[in-house]
Design a protein around this ligand. Structure first.
Ligand code: HOZ
Length: 428
């Protein structure tokens, strides 16, 4: 496969952009080789600037549940854009999208839109602190909640990929209120509560997608809820990734446990930059201008982004069966890969939640960040490179989730499994 244009483009990009990318994972550093530069996407496919075609299991890291350049989303975007790109003033679209979201989530009476998942979580944490009048927060090792200061502690995603789960530039004073617990380990959370009576909130990805795919156990979530209730602490579900992906109601469609606040992103923007956080009215009313907790943004609730999100969410609500179809395809994909890997003596741990999937090159089940870190990242890198060579684009890190879109047909999945079989035979 020729990627000469991408190689040149990457060299050029590195002269002007740190690392040549605007988000670290994209640089392919942990898997080696050159990141391919994208010319366009169509449905399940990506095309690079050397005219290579790939079956795409990244789908922009989650947002594109209807695939690339989806016609209906494009129509909503272009029609809205013709009326103006941004007003910095209220539009009907924001209320319409807010209604769709509050209608779906029992725990969300009100929602506020922002521009990214990072912003959504940063704002939700401030709200939790303002509402409870407390400073401490609990987060879990390997969960990633964007790159704001107090959350960049033992974080997953790019931070895990590069072996720097915490970052220089974040003053220790800013993270002294961040207590760390172990995912799926309630005893570690109890220790946090023993060490502080000032915990404003516990935040977690109820289906972690940033240390690879690692869902929280139901019992763990239940105990977490009880601990929060006993201590007057808010429970925040970060569903930026799992929202509208794991099910129509995200992780909340798969568990009985209810959070106090939820953060959303990715799918709710249909590919445009959108984030949101929402919860019970009494908590959300603490936000300015109703309450004292300040949060703002010139491009928040941007009409074009709202239109893309609205078109996407409405269609998902009208076609809830999509999730079963996507889940079956995801199961077929990782099930087929596991079988093929095992035939070659390679251990693969797999999991699926709706249209999200994960696979670890690991001998043992993965329940937390420590388990995930024991995966064979070198083997993953070889697998990744060989699959790219064969026109299959998986996330370029062992510590990310994969995504199926409605255009990822059974035939494409069969094709992927066949290619994976060949690759396992070579890299074993
Ligand atoms: N942190 C993102 C995925 N979990 C990566 C985003 C990107 O590089 O676009």
């Amino acid at each position: 496969m020729k990627i000469q244009n991408s190689i040149k483009a990457f060299e050029e990009a590195q002269k002007y952009i740190p690392g040549g990318v605007d988000s670290p994972v994209r640089a392919f550093k942990s898997v080696g080789g050159t990141p391919v530069f994208i010319e366009k996407g169509e449905g399940a496919y990506l095309y690079d600037i050397d005219s290579n075609r790939y079956i795409d299991y990244v789908q922009s890291w989650g947002p594109l549940i209807f695939g690339h350049a989806d016609e209906k989303t494009l129509e909503a975007v272009t029609e809205t854009a013709k009326k103006g790109l941004s007003f910095g003033a209220p539009t009907l679209l924001e209320t319409e999208l807010a209604k769709e979201i509050t209608d779906l989530f029992d725990t969300v009476d009100k929602v506020r839109f922002v521009n990214s998942g990072t912003e959504a979580v940063m704002s939700a944490i401030r709200l939790a602190r303002g509402y409870t009048g407390r400073d401490d927060i609990v987060k879990f090792e390997g969960c990633y909640h964007g790159h704001s200061d107090s959350l960049l502690v033992q974080a997953g995603s790019g931070a895990a990929t590069f072996g720097n789960p915490s970052s220089p530039g974040v003053p220790a004073d800013f993270t002294k209120h961040t207590l760390l617990a172990r995912y799926n380990d309630i005893e570690s959370v109890k220790k946090c509560f023993e060490s502080s009576s000032e915990i404003a909130c516990v935040i977690l990805e109820p289906i972690a997608g940033n240390m690879g795919l690692v869902p929280a156990d139901e019992e763990f979530l239940k105990e977490l809820r009880s601990l929060c209730d006993e201590n007057g602490t808010l429970l925040i579900f970060d569903e930026v990734m799992s929202g509208f992906r794991a099910s129509l109601k995200g992780a909340q469609g798969l568990t009985d446990v209810k959070p106090d606040l939820v953060t959303l992103g990715k799918v709710i923007g249909g590919g445009m930059p959108v984030g949101a956080f929402g919860g019970r009215e009494e908590i959300m009313n603490s936000l300015s201008p109703e309450g004292p907790v300040y949060q703002a943004g010139t491009l928040s609730g941007n009409p074009v982004a709202m239109a893309a999100g609205l078109s996407t969410i409405k269609r998902l609500k009208e076609n809830p069966d999509i999730y079963e179809v996507l889940e079956n395809r995801a199961k077929k994909l990782v099930g087929g890969m596991k079988e093929a890997a095992e035939k070659c003596g390679i251990a693969l741990q797999i999991d699926v939640r709706g249209s999200m999937f994960g696979f670890f090159f690991n001998e043992n089940p993965v329940k937390n960040f420590d388990d995930a870190l024991k995966s064979d990242t070198e083997l993953f890198a070889k697998f990744h490179a060989a699959m790219i060579e064969r026109g299959v684009y998986f996330a370029c890190s062992q510590f990310e989730a994969g995504f199926i879109c409605t255009e990822t047909t059974d035939e494409l999945i069969d094709e992927t499994i066949e290619k994976a079989k060949e690759v396992f035979g070579i890299i074993k």
